[in-house]
Design a protein around this ligand. Structure first.
Ligand SMILES: Cc1cc2nc3c(=O)[nH]c(=O)nc-3n(C[C@H](O)[C@H](O)[C@H](O)COP(=O)(O)OP(=O)(O)OC[C@H]3O[C@@H](n4cnc5c(N)ncnc54)[C@H](O)[C@@H]3O)c2cc1C
Length: 674
């Protein structure tokens, strides 16, 4: 293993990006002890008198845990909330898919947990690329989330005595994950939805389903509205307010295949980025180790098997390539390599996701993968068939706990696996392989969750979040609900306190006219190309480029190649895509084309971000920067910052603004899970 230069050569860098001013003020007061920063900010944040709140409109795009919680809370506080989602019900937001659980520092297991430990684990898990002040706040409010959800009636799993149960998730040695069988997201979302519907009934929240936000209106330097397309009628409408909140989820579908719902997209974020919102760490993608492997070329979706399964399942591959096609039950213990337990004896199968994923890839690269072979195209264009799977084996757990106990814990996940693969995981080990799952990158926000566009706030997975270069399991639900129930409702008031001074805005405002016209001309352009390629075929090609060159392992040659390929593909899209139908109807091809157009721009920025960060950290593994043992090697002296990218126009190089990361309460160390 070699460590090459820490920095990209100036000549190469100059081809792809420019460097702008650093960001030093994130609105968090570093002069006080970390535990005082949030209470102080809550106190200094200006308030809005209840009589004025009903005169103020907050636009919230998104009804998942982050958006739904924020809309319910601001509605309860008395603001007028206009809430949008593209599904036919707010309850169908992608948060519903979350399986495994939600973290909170309650220390119910008396195993040494604390706010500080949750904070520490999250910063370490993120490989020291998360903002300390935000993560501490997240850990501090985590316990309130559980209380709030229990009060709403969320049916968290309980122990025999009635107390809330906890289980372990990767990257930590305490049990702090609250769960509701394998449906935690669904149950939490029902809780948020009930709170939201109460406000809909009370008239404070107006719900707009099947409305896709396709543009943001920035007037007089502030986010003052959005443009939506009615997905049933095609009607394009303007909506105005005093502030806009984007809670629009992650962009993993840039890879085409991911565990995200098919509709997940980057459009809201990307439209805001093009209007001035910086994009933070776009290349930080989480590839989850426990997904059902790809089965064939016509697949459009991958399925997660919850990380909670790693509590009891043991991961292994055959030691010898000739055993890979055998029935795994016939392979004796001594011929199995429980590689995570071997390499990481302290954390074993519960190492963080980035580490477990890379190790599975290495085993399959070595030819020790199991399961059906799928066609792969190497970067040099050669095709070959390879098995991409490792075993997740429950036989020992079934022996130790009994089948009933395993069924009680994981029954619905086992059923789901069997329905998809037609294999019975109680009898034969599951086969798993890493898949794109979560995006740590997102719009850059300050401590108040405000983007670089005044009045545009971003919450949940849509912001660049608190997870640094790698998110620990069960922390996304925690962050979405922390943002929605507790953080945003406290910080947005400071901005809204000024809103009586904002100028009036309506459809006649030049910014609104410009935004609407941009949407109309884009729709017309997409419908008029009338080329020969389907939207999905181009999306699939983009996904392949991203997975091959900006996936689990990245290097300079691959990333520069990918940027060229994406540029060509974008050109192909705008000259040769075929979008059937018309605007004035339900037109899913048009919807998908609009989203793909944004993915095609985002994909390039992700590669530029990955190219500029010539270090390995968390999920971002640069082949040029690894330790002797093949682990991620950070360069804190050069890259201990958030990369916040500014859009400068089509065909222009983006500007990199570095936000140095300050660690005062945590000692930065090389991560080790051995
Ligand atoms: C299969 C799976 C399992 C997971 N399990 C866990 C787990 O166990 N624990 C954990 O902590 N995390 C888990 N995660 C991650 C977690 O579920 C997500 O990060 C989180 O739910 C995102 O919530 P959100 O509110 O930010 O976004 P979402 O729930 O994705 O909601 C986005 C909302 O924005 C709306 N929207 C998006 N774009 C537009 C637009 N242009 N116009 C209008 N509306 C728009 C959508 O309609 C939706 O309402 C899992 C993720 C997956 C994929």
């Amino acid at each position: 293993m070699s460590v090459t230069s820490k920095e990209t050569s100036p000549e190469l860098a100059a081809q792809y990006w420019q460097v702008g001013d650093e960001i030093h003020d994130t609105k968090a007061d570093h002069g006080v002890p970390i535990e005082k920063i949030w209470p102080d900010r809550q106190f200094t944040s200006r308030l809005v008198n209840p009589a004025n709140r009903r005169k103020m409109t907050v636009i919230i795009v998104g009804t998942g845990l982050a958006g739904g919680a924020a809309a319910a809370t601001l509605g309860e506080a008395g603001y007028r909330v206009e809430n949008f989602c593209y599904q036919d019900s707010p309850r169908r937001a992608h948060s519903i898919a979350a399986q495994g659980g939600i973290n909170a520092a309650k220390n119910y297991k008396y195993d040494g947990d604390s706010v500080y430990r949750l904070f520490y684990d999250t910063v370490k898990g993120g490989d020291y690329r998360a903002r300390e002040t935000n993560v501490y706040r997240l850990a501090a409010v985590s316990a309130n989330i559980i209380d709030q959800c229990v009060a709403q009636g969320v049916p968290f799993a309980r122990e025999y005595g009635g107390l809330l149960d906890n289980r372990s998730f990767g990257g930590v040695q305490v049990q702090r994950t609250f769960y509701a069988r394998g449906q935690t997201g669904q149950q939490l979302l029902i809780g948020a939805y009930q709170a939201l519907e109460r406000q809909v009934n009370a008239g404070t929240v107006h719900m707009h389903t099947r409305h896709e936000m396709v543009e943001v209106v920035v007037a007089d330097g502030r986010a003052r509205g959005i443009i939506t397309r009615d997905m049933v009628t095609g009607k394009i409408e303007e909506w105005f307010g005093d502030a806009v909140v984007l809670a629009t989820g992650g962009y993993g579908n840039v890879f085409f295949l991911s565990t995200n719902a098919m509709g997940c997209n980057v459009t809201a974020n990307w439209r805001a980025h093009r209007k001035g919102a910086f994009f933070g760490n776009p290349c930080f993608t989480q590839i989850h180790p426990t997904c059902i492997p790809v089965a064939g070329e016509n697949q459009s979706k991958l399925t997660l098997m919850s990380e909670s399964l790693r509590n009891d399942g043991r991961i292994w591959v055959p030691k010898k390539a000739e055993d890979c096609e055998k029935d795994p039950r016939q392979i004796p213990e001594e011929d199995r390599d429980y590689y995570l337990e071997r390499i990481y004896p302290s954390f074993g199968n519960l190492v963080p996701r980035d580490i477990a994923s890379r190790q599975a890839k290495y085993r399959c690269d070595e030819g020790l993968g199991v399961g059906p072979k799928v066609k792969e195209v190497d970067s040099d264009g050669t095709e070959h068939m390879r098995s991409r799977g490792v075993y997740l084996d429950f036989s020992e757990a079934i022996q130790r706990l009994g089948k009933d106990a395993v069924e009680k814990k994981y029954g619905n996940l086992f059923d789901m696996y069997q329905r998809i693969t037609d294999e019975n995981p109680y009898e034969v080990p599951m086969r798993i392989y890493p898949a794109v799952h979560y995006t740590m990158g997102g719009l850059w926000v300050d401590y108040d969750l405000q983007s670089t566009i005044p009045g545009l706030f971003v919450t949940g997975e849509a912001n660049f979040s608190d997870h640094g270069a790698n998110r620990l399991g069960a922390s996304a639900l925690m962050q979405g609900l922390a943002d929605g129930y507790f953080v945003l409702p406290n910080t947005i008031t400071d901005y809204l306190a000024d809103s009586p001074k904002f100028s009036k805005i309506d459809q006649k405002h030049p910014a609104a006219i410009e935004a609407r016209q941009a949407v109309e001309s884009r729709v017309n352009k997409l419908l008029s190309i009338n080329g020969s390629r389907t939207v999905d075929s181009i999306h699939k090609e983009l996904g392949h480029i991203m997975w091959e060159y900006c996936g689990m392992e990245r290097n300079e040659a691959g990333l520069t190649k990918a940027i060229g390929l994406i540029r060509n593909l974008r050109n192909e899209f705008w000259t040769n895509v075929k979008v059937t139908g018309v605007n004035e109807e339900l037109n899913q091809t048009l919807e998908r084309a609009g989203r793909l157009a944004d993915f095609l721009e985002l994909g390039e920025l992700m590669c530029v971000d990955a190219l500029h960060r010539r270090e390995s950290c968390g999920g971002h593994f640069r082949a040029e920067s690894q330790t002797e043992e093949g682990e991620a090697l950070r360069h804190d002296d050069t890259y201990q910052y958030v990369a916040a990218w500014e859009w400068t126009g089509e065909g222009h190089k983006p500007v990199l603004h570095k936000e140095p990361l300050i660690y005062k309460s945590i000692q930065v160390k090389q991560r080790s899970y051995k």
